[in-house]
Design a protein around this ligand. Structure first.
Ligand SMILES: NC(=O)c1ccc[n+]([C@@H]2O[C@H](COP(=O)([O-])OP(=O)(O)OC[C@H]3O[C@@H](n4cnc5c(N)ncnc54)[C@H](OP(=O)(O)O)[C@@H]3O)[C@@H](O)[C@H]2O)c1
Length: 255
């Protein structure tokens, strides 16, 4: 199957590591140009060097308006955009009452406010047949213990995907991928805090959690990236408004 994205232009948010980095590599492997955005300039440069001439970087903090505006300005070198990956660090761990007002507000900005600001600005530059993909979480279907900002706000992101798919079609498709447990720095830090709570090692915590996953293991970022590259490509030309779980079967709800 051809993804047909060679020479096309993509913005990848949260591209310095983890899922975003893997998506950037997958798109570039198919010949796409990628603008990599995240805060850590050094790490972005490493990913850019790995990709080569098809990559450019924009160091920006996408949790605030000025960082979003900096990324918008960096896209001006492109002759139109064919895809945008909305992805970032995710909300803080904590319970509904344990999170401070500031943490709630920042989580809203990161998950909803900044993506809306970014897409509002970039929508006029999106080409016919373009695609926006949000990285969400299994919390869109099932709450995760001690991640209440995600449990509350991620379903709102899924709703945002649905309303944008209605307003941006037929020019642009809008979808999301919902990771279960993917082996990245973020899942490691979640497991480290659980391991401390239970007085067990990180490896034991991972093994225990993997027993809840029908495929019995964490996913690799590259496994999620393949699904993301497909959804962002013209190969997925009749798919919009969906949330695709990439979770090894973790979510048990039907449908
Ligand atoms: N991994 C999983 O199992 C899993 C499961 C469910 C949901 N998710 C969600 O998937 C997303 C990606 O997760 P991941 O595991 O790839 O996380 P990760 O390894 O921590 O990577 C997060 C990326 O986002 C960037 N980032 C963080 N804050 C940012 C900011 N304010 N502005 C710009 N860039 C920012 C980071 O780079 P800088 O630090 O350089 O800015 C990094 O490139 C998160 O929203 C996470 O909640 C992941």
């Amino acid at each position: 199957m051809e993804l047909d994205i060679a020479g096309k232009n993509f913005v990848v948010c949260g591209a310095s590591q983890g899922i975003g980095r893997a998506v950037a590599l997958a798109l570039a492997e198919e010949g796409a140009n990628v603008l990599l955005a995240a805060r850590n300039e050094g790490k972005l440069e490493e990913v850019s060097e790995e990709i080569g001439a098809a990559a450019s970087t924009c160091a920006a903090d996408l949790s605030n308006a000025s960082g979003v505006d900096k990324l918008v300005a960096a896209t001006e070198d492109f002759d139109g955009l064919d895809g945008i990956l909305i992805n970032g660090g995710g909300p803080p761990f904590g319970s509904a009452f344990g999170l401070s007002d500031d943490e709630w507000e920042k989580a809203f900005r990161v998950l909803i406010g900044s993506p809306v600001r970014l897409l509002r600005a970039l929508e006029p530059t999106l080409n016919e047949g373009s695609s926006v993909l949000f990285v969400t979480s299994s919390s869109v279907r099932q709450p995760i213990k001690d991640l209440d900002a995600s449990n509350v706000l991620r379903p709102g992101v899924a709703a945002l995907v649905k309303v944008l798919s209605q307003s941006l079609g037929p020019k642009t498709r809008v979808n999301s991928v919902a990771p279960g447990r993917i082996a990245t720095e973020r899942s490691k830090s979640l497991d480290e805090s659980r391991a401390r709570e239970f007085g067990i090692s990180l490896e034991e915590q991972r093994a225990n959690f993997s027993r809840n996953i029908p495929l019995s293991r964490y996913g690799e970022p590259e496994e999620l990236a393949r699904a993301a590259a497909f959804l962002m490509s013209p190969a997925a030309s009749y798919i919009t408004g969906v949330s695709l779980q990439v979770d090894g079967g973790l979510i048990t709800s039907v449908p």
